[in-house]
Each structure stands twice: as C-alpha cells, then as structure tokens.
Design a protein around this ligand. Sequence first.
Ligand code: COA
Length: 327
Amino acid sequence: MDVHRVDVDDRASLAAWVDVHNAAEALDAPWQTPLTVHRAEGDARYGWDGEPETPFLGCVDGEPVAAGWVSASDYDNLDAAWLGVRVRPDLRRRGLGSALLAALERYVRDLGRGVVGTLGWAGSPAEAFVSGHGFEARAREAQRRQVLAEVDWADIEALHAEAGTHAGDYELVRWTGRAPEDVLPALAALTASINDAPTDDLTWEDEVFPTERIAAYERAQHARGDLLHRLVARHRVTGELAGHTVVAVDGERPAFADQHDTAVAPAHRGHRLGLLLKTGMNLWLRETQPQVERIDTWNAESNRHMLAVNDVMGYRVVGRVVLYQRP
Ligand SMILES: CC(C)(COP(=O)(O)OP(=O)(O)OC[C@H]1O[C@@H](n2cnc3c(N)ncnc32)[C@H](O)[C@@H]1OP(=O)(O)O)[C@@H](O)C(=O)NCCC(=O)NCCS
C-alpha cells in the first residue's frame, strides 16, 4: 500500500479520503452524519482552532483503500499526538490498517512526539486492533444527541426558569460569530475552566488558552463556514464572565449543530449556570435557527455534572468511544 499525505488543495484525493471515511463509519457508526468534502477541508485547513489535522490516504494500485489523520497541538501537550486509521469495510483483515498505522506512527515520531493516542467505537473492531498494537484504554467518552423535534419545549422553558431562580445575580449575553475583541482575555480565562472536565487515565496536561487561541478558534470556525453561538452568563455586580456554552451551526448543512465547550468558572459554580446556559441556548436556537434538527455533544463518561444537565434536557447516547494511548 502506498501512503501519501493528502494536499488540501487536491480535491480528488480529499474526496477519496472522505469516501473511505464514510464507508467505514457507515458500518461502525451508522448514526454518524456522513462527512462532506467541505468539512474534511475544514479539518485539514483550519482544524478546531487554527491547528489543522493532517490527512493521509492509503492506495493499492492507485485505488484508495484506507484513510488516516494525525493531529498535534503546539499550545500544550507538546509530547502528545493523536491519529486515526480507517479501512474500507470490504478490505479488512488484510493488514492494511496495520500498514497505515505504522506509516502514521513514523510521521508522529518525526514530529518528535513521544505519546500517541487514538480512539475507536466501543464494541467495534477497533478494540482488538489497537490493543493488538500495544495501545491501552485510558478514557471513555459518549456521543449524545438532542433531537429537537422530540424536545418538550415546555420542559426546557420550565428548566430554564427554575435554573434562573438560583442565578439571579447573573445575566445572559448572546454573541454570534466572533465575541467582542475586548472580552477575549476574559473568555480565555473562562475557556481554561474546561480543564476541570475529567480526562480519566489519559496522559494529558492541562490545556493552555492564551487570548490568541480564542481568537484563532473563532477565526477557524468562521473560515470553516460554521456559525458560532456563544451564550455567556455575566455576573451583574462585577461584570465577570462566569460561564459560557457554545454551539456551532453547520453552515453547509444548517440542520446540524455541534455543542462545543460548556464551562462555569470555579468561583461561580453552584448557581445552576450550566443548566441555565444550556437551556438558554436551546431557546436562542429555536428563535434564530429554527431549522436546526439536532445537536450533538461529546462528554467523558465520568463527567457527572455535565451528564446530569444533558440527560434532563433529553440528550440520548448514540455512541460510545474508547480513547487509547501508548508510548
Ligand atoms: C480497526 C481497523 C482500522 C482495522 O483495519 P484492518 O485493515 O482490518 O486491520 P489489520 O488487517 O491490520 O488487522 C491487524 C490485527 O488487528 C486485529 N483485528 C482487526 N480487526 C479485527 C476484528 N474485527 N476482530 C478481531 N481482531 C481484529 C487482528 O489481530 C488483526 O490481525 P489478524 O487479521 O492477523 O488476526 C478497521 O476495522 C477500521 O477501519 N475500523 C473503523 C475505524 C477504527 O475503528 N479505527 C481504529 C482506531 S485508529
């Protein structure tokens, strides 16, 4: 198998990469929204916050058979890299996955990263494959989905009102797209609260959020064509940003939305701000993005507080993944 790095301007290779990706996901995770070339381009050009993922394509006799990616951050966790391997369902158990993994690991070694991580759907072939390659299971996450046609809006409104009775010292502020320039330092500090979310047994340092990273995230999301909705709880007396939740509406397929960060700063916990923010987001999207059909979110299985909020709002598990690492 020939493995080559996909040039993001090479539409044919990117489209072939997407086809392999979607064929694999259709088998292992059929509830997943298929990837489009536009979204794959977003990952490869901008990533989440300006650090692109690197796609690789494996071909046999010129025919695309396997798709992989590598990502690594220069903000923090400088020894870590993440990768993924997908093989076309009709060509499995022939060593192609192992060959692509070996090629990606060489790339990771050349980056100078000493710890490599990957992830796979629980109960899928990933488990035997990655443990056979020496990876250890270190954390578990679940993908949850809120289907808006099934939402009981009276319930969401009641939850929002009830949360509000505990949060009288706070006001909600809506920012679409980029937040005002002058709040970016405060948003950076608030974003760092995400480090309190559990990471189980992962070899993982706290992430670092300089102001520039928040601006880079907003720029990257805008460049990808997604519209950020950020709802912030502001402390009325001090003006401090106490908590936020962010949902991105897919610009290409506006029926789909993804939950990004939700975090409440340590000094402001215990006022039901998590529930206030997330129900507030639902109500905001109903008003301004009524075409959104579903919101997907990812959480550590051990994130008790966030899961309690999601469960009461009608999010249901659609898939579970295991995160692995090895030196
Ligand atoms: C996991 C995946 C990449 C494996 O690709 P593959 O080309 O079939 O893997 P290989 O042929 O190199 O398999 C190597 C070994 O892994 C183990 N393995 C792979 N698939 C397995 C399965 N379905 N059941 C049991 N063991 C399996 C076996 O030990 C296999 O060796 P063997 O065939 O000699 O017994 C492929 O199933 C896939 O694309 N899955 C979806 C994406 C994914 O989960 N990726 C894993 C995380 S990176």
